[in-house]
Write a protein of this length. Sequence first.
Lengths: 375, 261
Amino acid sequence: MDHQQAEFQLHQDDQLTTVVLSGDWVQGQLKGKFSEFESALAAGPITRVTISGTAVGASDSALVAFLLKCHDACQSRQIDFHIDAMPAGTDQLLTLATAVKPHRESKQSGASWLASINPVDMLRAAVQTCRESLAFIGEVAIALTQLVRGKANTRLVDFWSFCYQAGPDAFAIISLVSVLVGMILAYLGAVQLQQFGAEVYVADLVVIGMLREMGVLMTAIVMAGRTGAAYAAQLGTMQTNEEIDAITTMGISPMEFLVIPRMLALVAVMPLLTIYANILGIFGGSIVASGMGISPTQYVAEGATVINFTHISVGLIKSVVFGVLIAIAGCRAGINSGRSSAAVGQAATQAVVTAIVYLIIADAAINILFQQLGM
Amino acid sequence: MADDPQVHIAIQALTMAYGQFVIQRDLNFNVYRGDVFVIMGGSGCGKSTLLKHMLGLITPTRGDILYEGHSFTHASPEEQNAMRQSWGITYQSGGLFSAMSMAENVALPLQLYTDNSDAEIADIVAYKLALVGLAGYQEFYPSEISGGMRKRAALARAIALDPDILFFDEPSAGLDPISSRLLDELIVQMQETLGATVVMVTHELPSIFDIATNSVYLDANSRTMIAYGDPRELRDHTDQAVVRQFLKRGSTPAGENSNGQ
């Protein structure tokens, strides 16, 4: 469709100005028209503007959008504004659009990125986050004491369903990851050990590595991405649907009803998954070892010499701690989530990131502790 | 414009079903250009389902829906999308994108379907928001404004492309009487100035009598439409007791007309 160029002409008569519009006032035709009008306003002392539409051809929302801007510009300069002979309906639309005064109190715009890296603010935010985390952990502890005293509103059926979601559903991914991690460990050690002709000690390396460190850590990272994010998304959506409000007003603590079953499920499932991951990891190592000429019997015999209760329990203790941390990171992000779809996404992201940070810090701390204890 | 009514939307022998479960069968009615058309009925009778059929979110089990004589049901997905561009739709809970500000919400259809410059789109967004009384709220997010404002913002988004047909699903649900009245007035004004056809699902009686020019009543028991026409006429003259009862808010149809014409 070809449109006539939209134009306007000013007829100045003392302090009264008539603006005659002509051409087609449709979207895509009005580039720069408003700034021309504004400079005309600024040019002289004008007390009254009449915009006349006698020569307007086609028009659509763009015309009223233009008139609205002119209206606002005139109003801010205390100039009388009138329109005349506009296409049908335009008067009504303009009246409607100007009926409510614009909302002036703009919301504080997001601070610039420079302000956001202000170290004082960052420190303050970090302290605040730590306090909130501690408060959350405190609430969890209170809910747990309620549970122990038998007064908590925690439903066993929830606990079982979360156990199922966190456990058997995760077998496939845990299997894949642990076999591969076992193989990676074996390769890593084999290349070094070969130089001393000590290939057979690959078994020791894999067994100790998996039991104490890699089995539990990889399981925890998978669970943080899988279950921690799911918890955050579930609780975030419940927050959005006002389900958490409903739970609170029914007199039920969201901690007892939502957080505790999820956390206990992870605590129950994590050690089992860790044992499973350890076995598969050691198996993965044996595949690589047999590729280097170490028979499975040799591998098992050598491996068995280093397996002991301490190594196994180090891994299991870690798995319980990690389970608690993943659940806390996930549930905290979900419960504190905002009430929009974007906020739920942020909550899920935050859950995974926080959980992984917690995991690494806790792992380092536990390792140092055990070393001091001589375990 | 009302002197010779032109059929805008035609529903022909429409049967809606979820699998074997029939919700409504044999619906036949026309929506005329410039109508404010109300789909009424008790809860669970399939009002919203009918609207979803008209929007193409659900495919009819049998029958056809025609827009200006063109079959929508049998159109290809591309043609359906082209037809949808002349519609403005507001959903029951607004359907605003919560991750976008008001301005971005209203600007989205303009960015998708017009090649206007950003400055021009910003002007039109300002105008559409001003129309619904939300001037200056461009930078607010849906979560930061009230429910009534969200409904109006959804209307602003629906009219962004100057639509031919406006669909509303329960526009005034959850609004106080004053806001709901204002929204009704806004709908009528939009309809008049844009020359659009309005189709709405509602069971707010004041709304129905204030703004509807035509309506259809879906009955949940017989699973079909049992009344069609101007709701004021239906209230006083229909022979369907259920419809009279619905339109008189359940007061028993004893036959007396307290607010005589």
